[in-house]
Design a binder for this molecule. Structure first.
Ligand code: PD2
Ligand code: ZN
Length: 197
């Protein structure tokens, strides 16, 4: 594994070779046929909602659900120096042609009532790791619009970014650009400030 790029503000690290080809394929096979339209959390009601800003299909896995996940999650904990128990379960996402995730923040707005329940289960999100499981034929980069920085989706690579407070000043605004040809598969791991239950 190599560090391919590093940005200070926002805090972003791009890794090469975080997952092997075999691990990428196994995760895609785990999810294929099981993915469903990805929801977003309605910050007012706390309920999942389908939203036009997020047109991927996805599957949530339990932390440590199988041996492969335990191996990958241990590697992530060592890499990020963040306790394994503070991680949410990995989410597998599939984007077809035209699918995207418009720029957003991954932290939860603490002022919105609908976020209270999720905040009670591990506190605020403090970092995100997006792992690319395949290389889309065209498109699908992860973008950081505040600093006009883009990370190409390349199989086995990953982008890590952290945000030390739930505030736009972290410049952690990011999105998944539309897939223009082929498809895109990613695995996302979010880290919380406390143990996630
Ligand atoms: O798939 C991506 O590139 C992406 C972009 C922005 C994923 C997420 N956010 C996410 O899962 O939060
Ligand atoms: Zn995100």
């Amino acid at each position: 594994m190599q560090v391919l790029a590093h940005l200070v503000h926002p805090h972003v690290v791009v890794f090469g070779g975080l997952l092997s080809d075999g691990e990428c394929d196994a995760l895609i096979e785990l999810a294929r046929g099981r993915v469903q339209r990805s929801p977003t959390l309605d910050p007012e009601t706390g309920r999942d909602q389908v939203h036009p800003d997020r047109t991927s299909r996805g599957l949530f896995l339990q932390r440590g659900e199988n041996g492969l996940l335990r191996t990958i999650e241990a590697r992530i904990a060592a890499l990020t120096e963040w306790p394994l128990e503070h991680g949410e379960g990995i989410q597998l996402l599939n984007y077809g042609v035209g699918a995207e995730y418009k720029p957003h923040y991954d932290y939860f707005d603490p002022g919105r009532a609908g976020n209270r329940a999720t905040l009670a289960r591990g506190g605020q999100r403090v970092a995100t790791l997006v792992m690319y499981l395949n290389t889309p034929a065209r498109g699908g980069a992860t973008t950081f619009p505040d600093v006009q920085f883009e990370v190409a989706a390349i199989r086995g690579n990953a982008v890590f970014f952290s945000y030390d407070r739930p505030h736009p000043m972290t410049r952690s605004l990011h999105g998944g650009a539309p897939v223009l040809a082929g498809e895109k598969w990613v695995a996302t791991k979010w880290l919380r400030e406390s143990r996630h239950v």
